[in-house]
Design a binder for this molecule. Structure first.
Ligand code: FAD
Length: 445
């Protein structure tokens, strides 16, 4: 059995598979070590089994979505950008399509298994050896300085490699094998780790009335994360004293709390669940919550009908009340919102559900309007790493050469994928990061 390799790649996710295929295709004797019985566990579950493999944009579009960290990807995206990813899979018999309203790119078959199979074919064709069910336990610099390589202790044997790529992912969805091992290896070799935190994760609330809405989805909601100025009190749902949506006027009151800052906002579907809220917009905002020192000082403020201007909605509600006569107030919002959501809005506006529509005062109607435009979800936290699609934080980018993916501290050590302090929003950005940085490392090693 061969124990000496040119290149050892640790982790058989999209980053490691791309890197292995590329490095081996360049003629380097390459071994890919994977902890699980089979590689690509996250590819298989990605996009709900459909695998949103990239986004329909150019390299700049990817970089822009990643904020300040995005510029780290210039060289990697120049080597393999979104168009090249699409072309890569097309050439492997996996044509793709773009979901028109989101820009997400999926395989035409809507089967993530096809994406993984294409990567495995590439790996085999390039003659990259795959060692599955073999977790790396320790990674050390080789004693012999001339060799300038690494000693790898796996669960089964000791190996030697001239160059090593760490592509072990983050620590979210730990059942997929991603238990943060790479942070330990990198740290031991002298790298700084930006504290990992869950991202793209559902948000929880302690408010029973909101949890009771589980199963309901609102297709289009504008959601803002607001931060309390005073954080020693817990906000309660619906105690709203002035009318504003986060973008219009970020300074407002909820209960005894003054919400001074809108930390971010997103528009999209809102799903109510037994623990709180989920859906793409909530998931995208979750990195703000997970990275906040005191998440319970935050609320989500939701405009449940962002398409409707305040004035026009006010008029519609007044008309509905005028024509509704003896009908119960509980039916007021049925034309616009699911009945149970409407009932909660009324409850938070302190309007009895059995009051007749004709009897609602202007103040009642104004409170109801507030309840729609500033529906408040107090936050208790996130569902944590177990349910996070991505890990934010990781190997500090300043210590990795973005022109090669090589460590600036340890010669011949490389990094790629989610292990790095890089993460993107929902939409195919995270797989693109993994593909680009993996391919580029395979090219440079
Ligand atoms: C439910 C879910 C859905 C998602 N959907 C999408 C989507 O549709 N689009 C998108 O862009 N992103 C999606 N993501 C995110 C995306 O899957 C990840 O960002 C991506 O897989 C990261 O790739 P990676 O290669 O860096 O790491 P990973 O895919 O996490 O792979 C790391 C590999 O390293 C192995 N490993 C770890 N430690 C060791 C060790 N000590 N020895 C050997 N092997 C080890 C692990 O077993 C694993 O196979 C989703 C994530 C989840 C959890």
């Amino acid at each position: 059995m061969n124990t000496r390799w040119d290149i050892a790649i640790i982790g058989g996710g999209p980053a490691g598979l791309m890197a292995g295929a590329r490095a081996a295709a360049r003629g380097r004797r390459t071994l890919l070590i994977e902890k699980n019985r089979a590689p690509g566990a996250k590819i298989l579950i990605s996009g709900g089994g459909r695998c949103n493999l990239t986004h329909a944009c150019d390299a700049r579009g990817i970089i822009e979505q990643l904020g300040p960290q995005g510029k780290f990807l210039h060289s990697a995206l120049a080597a393999l950008g979104p168009n090249e990813v699409v072309e890569f899979f097309r050439a492997e018999g996996v044509p793709t399509y773009v979901e028109t309203d989101t820009g997400k790119v999926f395989p035409q078959s809507d089967r993530s298994a096809d994406v993984l199979a294409a990567l495995l074919r590439k790996l085999e064709f390039a003659d990259c050896e795959l060692a599955a069910s073999e977790p790396l336990i320790e990674l050390d610099r080789e004693g012999d300085p001339v060799e300038n390589g690494f000693r790898l202790t796996t669960s089964k044997r000791i190996l030697h490699a001239e160059k090593v790529l760490l592509a072990t992912g983050g620590k979210s969805y730990p059942d997929c094998g991603t238990t943060g091992d790479g942070y330990r290896f990198a740290e031991k070799l002298g790298h700084r780790i930006i504290p990992p935190r869950p991202a793209l994760v559902p948000i929880s609330t302690h408010i029973e009335a909101i949890r009771a809405l589980q199963g309901i989805t609102l297709k289009d909601v504008l959601i803002g994360v607001l931060e309390a100025q005073v954080s020693n009190l817990s906000p309660t749902v619906g105690q709203v004293s002035n009318l504003s949506c986060p973008k219009l006027n970020p300074k407002r009151q909820v209960g005894n709390l003054s919400y001074a800052r809108c930390l971010g906002s997103r528009r999209g579907a809102l799903l109510f669940t037994h623990f709180g809220v989920s859906g793409p917009a909530v998931m995208d905002l979750s990195r703000i919550v997970a990275g906040h020192p005191n998440p319970s000082a935050l609320v989500l403020e939701c405009d449940l009908l962002p398409e409707r201007k305040v004035k026009s909605l006010e008029t519609s509600i007044a008309l509905e009340c005028a024509s509704g006569g003896k009908k119960a107030a509980s039916t007021l919002l049925d034309p616009w919102l699911p009945h149970r959501v409407g009932e909660l809005v009324l409850e938070t506006a302190a309007v009895p559900p059995d009051r007749r529509l004709a009897e609602l005062s202007k103040v009642d109607r104004c409170r109801i309007l507030h309840g729609i435009k500033q529906f408040t979800v107090p936050i208790s936290g996130t569902l944590g790493f177990r349910h996070a699609e991505v890990t934010a934080g990781g190997v500090a980018l300043g210590e990795v050469d973005s022109r090669t993916m090589q460590s600036k501290k340890v010669q011949n050590l490389y990094f790629s994928g989610e292990l790095l302090d890089l993460d993107g929003p929902i939409g195919g950005y995270n797989l693109q990061i993994a593909f680009s940085t993996g391919f580029f490392a395979g090219e440079c090693m």
